[in-house]
Each structure stands twice: as C-alpha cells, then as structure tokens.
Design a binder for this molecule. Structure first.
Ligand code: PDD
Length: 287
C-alpha cells in the first residue's frame, strides 16, 4: 500500500482525505512539485524547493514548512514507499475556508499533501525509438512560470495530443514554440541546443536547467532563445524534458519526421550525460 503524507501525518494513500471546502478542490488554489527519487535520493531537491518557494510567493501562500522539514518529510515518504526510483508529488493549497469566496479567506492553514509512486523507466524502448508530438495553440494564462495545480488547459492539451495518436503537445504562441503541455522543449540545429529563455510564458524546468548545466560542463554549444515555428519544424532534433520524462526525443512532429526520423546524436550524448549524473546522485556524489 502506498503511503502518503497529509498535514503532519503519514497514512495509507486511500485514507488521505481533504475537506471539500479546501481551496485546492474548489478553486485549484495551490501549487505543486514533482521530484524524482533515484536510489532513494531526492533528485535536485534544493532546486525543487526553491521553485516551490517562488510559486508560493507568486500566489501569496506562506510556506508552511522550513527547507529542513520538507527534506525530512519527503525523504521519509520515499523511504516508506517501495522501490528506490520514485516520483514524489507534493502540493500546497491555501487551505480549508469556511465558505466559498474567491477572495482569500482570513488565516487559513495551508493544506500540505505529498505522495510517491514508482517511476516508470523513462528511457525505455519507446523513448529510444522516439515519441510523436503535435503542435497546438498555447491556450494557457500569463503566469506559466508558477507551478500551479490549476492545470485544466494542460489537461485538455495533453488529451488532444493523445486523441491525435501522439504522446505530447508542443505549444505555440505568437509563432513561437514555448514548451510542452507538461514538459520543456529543446531543439538541436547544426549541433547547437536551443531552448526558450525562462520567463512568464513557461515553467522553469529543473530538468531543463540540468541539461544546460551539463552542456556547459561538457562544452556542448547551446543558446537560450525563442524558437520560431519554422525552426521547430526545420530542427535536426527535438527533445521534451521533465522530471518524469527525463529527455524524450521527438521523432515525429505533426506527422512529419523530425530530422532523420530517429533519436539523434546530440540526444544520445545528452541522455548518457544525464544517466551518468543520475548515477552520481545514487552514489551520493551529487544531488
Ligand atoms: N511537469 N513545463 C510544464 C508545463 C510542466 O508541467 C513540466 C513538468 C515541465 C518540466 O519541469 P521539470 O523538469 O521541473 O519537471 C515543464 C510535471 C512533471 C507534472 O506536471 O507532472
């Protein structure tokens, strides 16, 4: 049985209940994180907790826990669940209010929930062969840098991709590729990695940032710049990155092959560097 954490207690997931007056339930009024666990170690925890703090600040919810408390709760949660590789999900909502009113209630206690699930092996034969994606208009709001639980546009976009026989949607806004419905986007052209710069239009992905760090450390040329639709379609490689997906090569976009229609050489190099980094985390030599 999966163990969850709710407001101070560890308990079986199916016994974790939140009152219907919780602002998360009524308004989607909360923020979240997804943190990979490799070899029982929380991957890039400090980065995730920093981003959590930024999301909380942006929606004006006081962080209910100190960094050390987050670390001990999430570490214990991972230890209480089976498997050494997991994905920890946490969310903080504005809490339970006495009545439904859009305005912030006075002095509610934020609801803290976390659970963990075994991670699917992301670099499996499917992603080795590459995934298919479609482009869709970005119908989301103007604060996509906040990791808000209010995900209805992302849900609809991802489902539209699945209904079209694809795995993920790449979102276009004003003629530029922004990110995936639940991932960041990279293209490779003539050996140079390109990913859009961080800003309000996209989530500052932890996986994205690690890829850029690995590029710096290994002298792989990269640019943080906007990706016009034409460059997306003319790319040698397209990757989609996230904490659960790691780095997926996109080999078909809108039914057209991407580059040679196979995972490309730049992806093979980066996924190797990424796996090596994960190994260092497992051995406690990196975090
Ligand atoms: N989503 N962009 C969006 C819109 C995302 O939802 C995600 C991740 C990312 C990648 O961020 P990171 O590398 O920090 O996981 C980019 C998570 C995994 C989710 O919603 O389940």
């Amino acid at each position: 049985m999966t163990t969850a954490y709710l407001n101070g207690d560890f308990l079986p997931l199916d016994q974790a209940c939140v009152p219907v007056m919780d602002r998360g339930f009524l308004f989607g009024d909360g923020v979240y994180e997804v943190i990979p666990v490799y070899g029982g170690k929380l991957f890039r925890l400090a980065h995730h907790l920093k981003r959590l703090q930024k999301s909380l600040d942006a929606v004006r919810i006081a962080n209910p826990l100190e960094v050390d408390a987050w670390e001990s709760i999430l570490t214990e949660l991972a230890a209480r669940n089976p498997g050494s590789d997991q994905a920890v999900y946490l969310q903080v909502t504005r809490g339970v209010a006495p009545r439904r009113d859009h305005a912030f209630p006075d002095a509610t206690r934020p609801t803290v929930f976390a659970m963990s699930s075994p991670s699917a092996e992301p670099v499996d034969s499917t992603s080795m062969q590459g995934i298919t994606a479609i482009t869709l208009p970005d119908i989301r709001w103007q604060h996509c840098n906040i990791k808000a639980i209010t995900l209805l546009p992302n849900v609809l976009l991802r489902q539209q991709a699945i209904d079209a026989g694809s795995v993920e949607a790449i979102l276009l806004k004003d003629g530029y590729a922004i990110e995936g419905a639940a991932s960041n986007v990279f293209i490779v052209k003539n050996g140079v990695l390109v990913t859009p710069p961080n800003g309000p239009a996209l989530l500052p992905g932890i996986t994205r940032d690690l890829i850029l760090e690995l590029a710096v450390a290994n002298a792989i040329p990269f640019r943080e710049s906007s990706i016009p639709d034409a460059d997306l379609r003319g790319a040698d490689e397209i990757w989609l990155t996230s904490s659960t997906r790691e780095i997926s090569p996109v080999t078909k976009l809108d039914d057209q092959p991407v580059g040679a229609g196979q995972p490309g050489p730049a992806w093979k190099t980066m996924i190797r560097l990424f796996q090596e980094y994960k190994e260092r985390v497992r051995r406690g030599q990196a975090s």
